[in-house]
Design a protein around this ligand. Structure first.
Ligand SMILES: Cc1ncc(COP(=O)(O)O)c(C=O)c1O
Length: 428
């Protein structure tokens, strides 16, 4: 039985939770939503508390907090292999706000452009575009990944009109990693840029935006701190500085201008032009610390370890009578997430028994990937809408692992599911 070598680096791995059988050790398996908090992050925040001050004062401590905050831009850009000179690192509240910001910028760039996104994408990378543009959705293959033929067909059909492809790097439901470099290559081939929603990927797998001159270069990327173990907001939109400098901010307020009087205002360049209001010092400094931590233990080490967990989880899940696993991959290059249902029990009830009876923290629903989950369940638009209207709803149960999970956690899940499955069989 293998225990995570990093288990003690996190809070919440020895927490007890009240269940109908009394207090039992909780197994945290909701990492795709938000993982537990890294101890080094909290240590960093604690170290700042004594010096905490406003950033625009004329004193050493004020300069210090500003400097620490500013340095995180380099930590972030280096972490994802961006270009310190050519890219701008815009701090945002979350990934959602980063994606909304880029959709707002795209609207200024060309309000008539067509956006391509995919049926796998989270609503955060779909709705901000859908409400502003004609938006095309790339279909999925039967195994739940991106249909690259359909993608290229759309790029060809709408060449000249499609300026941006907004694509997910890895699914928050099945953990499937998309062929994002191939998508970038094709986007560039047909004169578009690519935005990668990498909020699920970068804490699990080594990643690089690649050089600007590379045809597989990722033009824009977004992710955030809480999915990287900070437990706080603080995210980024990264993209070509020259491009981001050109457009007006989505949010106006103090800090974004060089000069204002009642006749004119002069905007700063990016990233500052897009960062109105009080900076999120704690969130961003925590974000930087979390990335330093992940880098220090090594993304390749994390990925290898999580691949092992994923393989074990899928193998064990497959043994459970009545289980339906959505898009389990043959290879183990997925994120360690599994979404499933069980014959004879609703997703809601299954999730609730796992939580209230067995102390397992999972999600039951569609977790912001409404369209992807409808596709995985084989629901038509009308069927999904009927289920919504009736109050029954639709969804999957998702167990999503992270670096601190151990094989023992998976065993707890499997043994709970076996008990539930046996009970259902008896009731039938
Ligand atoms: C794939 C994906 N994109 C975007 C988001 C939105 O992230 P946030 O809620 O941190 O803004 C999520 C959140 O779960 C996600 O899974």
């Amino acid at each position: 039985m293998i225990t995570s070598p990093w288990r003690n680096h996190f809070f919440g791995t020895d927490t007890y939770m009240k269940t109908i059988l009394g207090y039992i050790p909780r197994v945290y398996m909701n990492n795709a939503a938000t993982p537990q908090i890294s101890k080094v992050v909290v240590k960093k925040v604690e170290s700042i508390l004594h010096h905490y001050t406003y950033h625009n004062e004329q004193n050493h401590l004020s300069e210090k907090i500003q400097e620490t905050y500013d340095k995180v831009r380099n930590i972030i850009i280096d972490y994802i292999g961006g270009d310190r000179d050519l890219d701008s690192v815009v701090y945002t509240d979350t990934t959602t706000s980063a994606l909304n910001l880029l959709s707002h910028i795209a609207l200024q760039d060309d309000p008539d452009q067509v956006i391509i996104t995919t049926r796998m994408d989270h609503m955060a990378n779909y709705l901000p575009f859908r409400i502003k543009f004609k938006t095309l959705l790339v279909r999925l293959t039967p195994d739940g990944n991106i249909d690259m033929n359909h993608y290229e067909d759309l790029l060809i059909k709408y060449q000249g009109k499609v300026k941006l492809v907004a694509a997910i790097a890895a699914s928050n439901i099945t953990g499937i990693v998309t062929p994002y470099y191939k998508m970038a290559y094709l986007a560039h081939k047909y004169d578009a840029k690519i935005l990668l929603d990498a909020v699920q990927l970068v804490q699990h797998k080594p990643f690089s935006m690649k050089a600007h001159s590379d045809l597989e270069h990722i033009d824009f990327i977004s992710f955030d701190g809480h999915k990287c173990y900070t437990g706080q907001s603080g995210g980024v939109l990264i993209g070509p500085k020259e491009f981001l400098d050109k457009y007006h901010p989505m949010t106006y307020g103090a800090g974004i201008t060089h000069f204002v009087n009642d006749e004119k205002y002069i905007l700063k360049d990016s990233p500052l032009s897009h960062e109105a209001g009080y900076p999120d010092f704690m969130g961003i400094i925590s974000f930087g610390e979390a990335l330093n931590y992940l880098k220090s233990i090594g993304l390749k080490n994390i990925s290898d370890y999580e691949d092992m967990l994923y393989g074990y989880m899928i193998k064990e899940l497959k043994e459970i009578p009545g289980i339906i696993i959505y898009a389990p991959q043959q290879n183990t290059s997925n994120l360690p997430y599994a979404s499933f249902n069980m014959d004879g029990i609703s997703y809601k009830k299954l999730g609730s028994i796992l939580g209230f009876q067995f102390g397992l923290t999972v999600t039951a629903g569609f977790s912001g990937a409404d369209i992807y989950v409808q596709d995985l369940l084989g629901l038509s638009n009308a069927e999904a809408y009927e289920l919504f209207k009736s109050g029954e709803g639709y969804g999957v149960v998702r167990a999503s692992l992270a670096a601190f999970n151990s094989m023992e956690d998976i065993d707890r899940l499997i043994s709970a599911l076996k008990i539930i499955s046996a009970t259902i069989k008896k009731e039938r």
